[in-house]
Design a protein around this ligand. Sequence first.
Ligand SMILES: [Zn+2]
Length: 125
Amino acid sequence: MLDATGPDAIFRSGLANQEILLPKCADCGRYHFFPRVLCPHCHGEAISWHRASGKGRVHTTTIVRRKPDHGGDYNICMVELDEGVRMMSRVDGITPDDVRIDMAVTAFVGEADGVPAVFFKPAEV
Ligand SMILES: [Zn+2]
């Protein structure tokens, strides 16, 4: 049985409701990710949860080469959200070669191995 009140469980239950929730510290006013019990910036305990804007930019990107019969190449990237936190994910909807550093992306909740997870797509202009 998972700890239903732990920060990781809160994040995952948000995803299950198609919501990306980010922990924010009331003491220093900064967001962090992954979810923690204590703020990693100031060790404050006053963590509250806020729906992410979903807007961000690609910070780093890399292409994982895979044979076509294993699903083909895919992209792994680090996205920096407007809230200042970084998430490891991938950009869907374009070929891996077209993912560029600093490109604007929008988060969405998809599925990885049957579990809700955060992915990104190119931001609409
Ligand atoms: Zn803090």
